[in-house]
Design a protein around this ligand. Structure first.
Ligand code: FMN
Length: 177
């Protein structure tokens, strides 16, 4: 099965996750680059689209899309990517390194809202969504700190413990669907 990972990352966690998945699947990877800084896009509520991709989406059986969640929404560069390319995508898998925990997935800023939004706009192409909450890598002594998810990022140092189990299960799952 020919797979490609597309990612957008602002602070590095989703870049790390995308890299890891692409390395483990031994597949290609490309960064989604918005024409204008994505934070500005969010604040100004304007949309100039993404830069042209180097790869041809239709050449792949499976697209893994990876990126953060902001304000309980599918961020503009990811939304642009899906809307523009949905007809060229065969199967879509969405993964996110996000701030919302598994317990908070259905709350106002939870990742489930974004999974539902993505499934709606990808018109039946999305076969799986997976969250890798940053809370999984926050040390026990900082778990009560509500802003801890902003201070921690995925990298070789933090990617250990519970998140590895979630990752291994995810890899098993996507290899069986
Ligand atoms: C402005 C802003 C808003 C955010 N809003 C949410 C949110 O609504 N839900 C959530 O789960 N995480 C939220 N987060 C956390 C990010 O999704 C998380 O830090 C993510 O790992 C960042 O990915 P990156 O390092 O690849 O940029 C937010 C982060 C920022 C900076």
């Amino acid at each position: 099965m020919k797979t490609i990972v597309y990612f957008y990352s602002h602070k590095g966690s989703n870049r790390y996750l995308a890299n890891k998945i692409a390395k483990d699947l031994n597949c290609e990877m490309e960064e989604i680059k918005p024409r204008l800084n994505a934070h500005l896009l969010m604040m100004m509520k304007v949309n100039f689209g993404n830069r042209k991709l180097k790869t041809r989406i239709e050449d792949y059986d499976r697209v893994i899309l990876c990126g953060p969640i902001w304000m309980g929404k599918l961020i503009v560069p990811l939304k642009n990517f899906v809307k523009k390319n949905v007809t060229k995508i065969n199967k879509l898998i969405f993964v996110t390194s996000c701030g919302s925990s598994f317990e908070g997935k259905d709350k106002k800023f939870g990742h489930n809202l974004v999974f539902n939004e993505l499934k709606k706009i990808s018109i039946g192409k999305c076969i799986h969504c997976e969250a890798f909450p940053i809370t999984l890598v926050v040390p026990d002594e900082h778990k009560e700190d509500k802003s801890a998810f902003m201070k921690y990022h995925l990298n070789d140092e933090t990617f250990k413990g519970e998140i590895i189990d979630v990752y291994n299960e995810f890899m098993q799952k996507i290899n069986s669907i």
